[in-house]
Design a protein around this ligand. Structure first.
Ligand code: ADP
Length: 220
């Protein structure tokens, strides 16, 4: 598959979260300038990230020298050191970075980062905990809640939609959900159509308002 090129991204803080993020961006064809103040952490990533710098991201001169203000997008992936997380984020705002993502470790930390001017905040531990709760409590194989309360659920088809063309199941009017894709056993995912007939072993992807999609996925 051809690589997709995206705007370059600055990643500040190369702990577990930041380094995984930076490496995944590079794997997806995005250029990354990654910064951490610990030389060991930076050395461990040598040759795997487009540009690496050992630097303190709370020093405005250093960020200017690195040209951070020319980037459209940056991620502050510092968790434990609140002072550094907040200062680095506010410097990115001052430098005019248009799209700032920041990692928070608590809801209070999140609120501060919002006030400082971060555009998107992620709470990885909290968000993942919530997501796993949806999975461990029932039949769902995967669950992604989109920000407007809409969800995508990966599951096996409930009994009532097995063996009938999807177009005849009245899924949308009865349950408020849509089967978007289907993966028959041993095959790849394909789009579901009104003529698709599901089998018990299939894996399906359902889209709909979160509560409805979840309720439907839990039906036997
Ligand atoms: P994780 O839980 O993802 O491992 P951490 O908060 O433990 O995240 O790691 C944050 C990383 O950010 C560490 O590697 C640390 O050296 C780096 N870091 C912290 N403060 C600064 C700073 N002021 N400038 C640059 N890097 C920093």
């Amino acid at each position: 598959m051809a690589e997709i090129r995206h705007d370059p991204v600055v990643v500040i803080g190369l702990g577990r979260f930041g380094s995984a993020l930076a490496l995944e961006l590079v794997a997806r064809g995005t250029e990354v300038l990654a910064i951490d103040r610990r030389p060991k952490v930076v050395q461990a990533l040598a040759g795997r990230i487009t540009q690496l710098a050992t630097a303190d991201a709370t020093d405005p001169d250093v960020l200017r020298e690195l040209g951070v203000g020319d980037f459209y997008r940056a991620v502050v992936a510092i968790g434990g050191d609140l002072e550094s997380s907040i200062l680095a984020t506010s410097l990115l705002v001052e430098l005019g970075v248009d799209d700032i993502w920041a990692k928070a470790v608590t809801h209070q930390h999140k609120r501060i980062l919002e006030r400082v001017g971060a555009h998107h905040i992620v709470l990885p531990e909290h968000d993942m905990g919530e997501r796993v709760a949806h999975l461990v409590s029932g039949r769902m194989l995967d669950y992604i809640e989109l920000e407007d309360g809409y969800a995508l659920v990966k599951t096996h088809p409930p009994r009532e939609i097995v063996g009938v063309p999807l177009g005849e199941t009245k899924l949308r009017s009865k349950h408020g959900v849509t089967v978007v894709c289907v993966k028959p056993k041993g095959e790849e995912f394909t789009y579901a159509t009104a003529d698709t007939v599901l089998q018990y072993g299939d894996v399906i992807l359902i889209a709909g308002p979160a509560a409805k999609a979840e309720r439907f996925a839990e039906r036997p």
